[in-house]
Ligand binder design. Sequence first.
Ligand code: COI
Length: 366
Amino acid sequence: MTVSFRKEPNPNPASKEQLEEIFANPGFGNFFSDHMVTIDWKGTYEDGGEWKNARVHAYGPLTLDPAAAVFHYGQEIFEGIKAYRHSDGSVWTFRIEENAKRLNRSAERLALPQLPEETFIEAVKELVSIDEHWVPSGEGEAYYIRPFMIATEAYLGVRPSHEVSFMVIGSPVGNYFGTPKPVDIWLSENYARAGVGGTGAAKCGGNYAASMIAQLEGEKHGCQQVIFKDPNREEAIEELGGMNVFFVYGKENKIVTPELTGTILEGVTRKSILQLAEDRGMSVEERAITLTQWREGVATGDITEVFACGTAAVIQPIGKLKSAEFEIPNAAGDGENGEVTMAIRDELVGIQTGAVEDRHGWLTKL
Ligand code: COI
């Protein structure tokens, strides 16, 4: 499908001074660029419907009927992508086609329409091209792109919406966790994130909403993040509230991450790390890893580092794992970032920012 985007430029874009102020301390997800993209869809899930009315317009509040299905039944999915400014001033995204594909896998699970991959990529390009000056260039900074799809039909019956909108917004961001240093994480024993046959593998708002009460519980215990177990496999570790998890077995030169069981999000960063670890000659295992294996692996010194990953955080060293009953110390040593963690992080960020050769062809110039 070739879509042409109607251009309705923002009559009140941010001033140079406002932009400078934002760039001085962007944080994560606090500020949004002048424009957004919207494409509307009408039809039924079965007939495929039709995408139309593609436009690039001023960023601003939406007008939606209070009965819109997204407000009631959570029929919604999203993606996260970053655009990076390279030292020559050009702007690049990382593995954008993976996000286009994953959006459609999520759409299928949430009975939302398929969006042609080229339209997804085109929409992102349109936004980045009109708001290019919003892409920061500081260390650890990027333009975080948030495509999402919502059910807009005003109808309270429980069935897939016959009206949907796909939108893309963007935000200049710094590192999700600031300067990389280990974050302590809380083991969620009272709450699960996903179940067999549920939406765990889809990137839908409901999964993140379900993680928040557990996140608050963790914060009460001094943790910044929460990790979930797979409720169907007793002690198997699943993922964090919004990130996948990796274990480094230093002596064996091995990296392990929970396999994709259908309850785990297929992270693009996760997939990239598996490739980079293989490239470094590490052995790579996607398999169940239990809490006992984690505890014993750290105690024996077999597990030497644990880290989390996602588009927003890239790679984040994990410190202690805390629960109501026990604590597992930081595998890399108290307060330490793991060496392998940081080496893979540097390589990945290097590729994304153009400092390291893109040998897998992961970058797309915008
Ligand atoms: C991302 O990493 O892009 C996410 O969607 C996770 C969220 C915690 C920001």
